[in-house]
Ligand binder design. Sequence first.
Ligand code: PGA
Length: 256
Amino acid sequence: MVGEGKGALAGEPHAAPAIRTTVVDHAPFLATVVADAAAAWIRQHPGGLVCLAAGDTPLPVYERLVALQAAGRVDLRSVFYVGLDEWVGLGYEDRGSCLQVMTDAFYGPAGIPAERRRVFDGLADPHAECAAVDRWIADHGRIGFTLLGIGLNGHIGFNEPGAPDQDGCVVVDLDDTTKAVSVKYFGTARPVRQGVSVSARALAKADTVLLMASGAKKAPIVARLRAGADPAEVPAARLLGHPGLHLFLDREADAG
Ligand code: PGA
């Protein structure tokens, strides 16, 4: 079952902007609904620039998008891509790097040519990478569509709590929550200290921003976001008020 609504919480101490919200019963169906929304955008915006997150949450979306392409329902090669973020110091050979995850889950299976995508190289100088990715975004006007997850600490990409709010791509010191969570991607503890990311401000310029969350562990941070959290504490709140923001949740993430 899919439920749709404005998502504002009644009785909050201050007025939180209503967020367009879709809630589905189960995480697998969430992926279907989000993939269909992404495919619709791509069909309508040939040549547009798409920014995709590399966390665990959207992985089933990418599988579904590849299946939709195989069924002739979308051409994923009709748009351009920009990577959302990367761990500084990690490359394709490192399990859990954003490059490895997205190449194996999406760019490879979808057959996206190298000249249609620009993702951060975690092994290169991070500031030079930021400048290069900024140029790529500027060359395509702006990000048209982005699919994001939300971290347990409220981050989007590597826009961590307390990180400066600035234009363009950013080099960020990772906070302790992100370092602790990183073990699930790497399969082991690695001494990651920094990340590179498209800034929250650049993401907020996208026409369409899909933010997805699943599972009970995300319920508290989703509730804080919907209550109108301070963006300095919950960076995803920098998206609040964006007319193109659409929150996609499963029942568990909605339950906070
Ligand atoms: P997850 O990551 O999808 O693996 O939970 C989300 C994020 O940290 O942005």
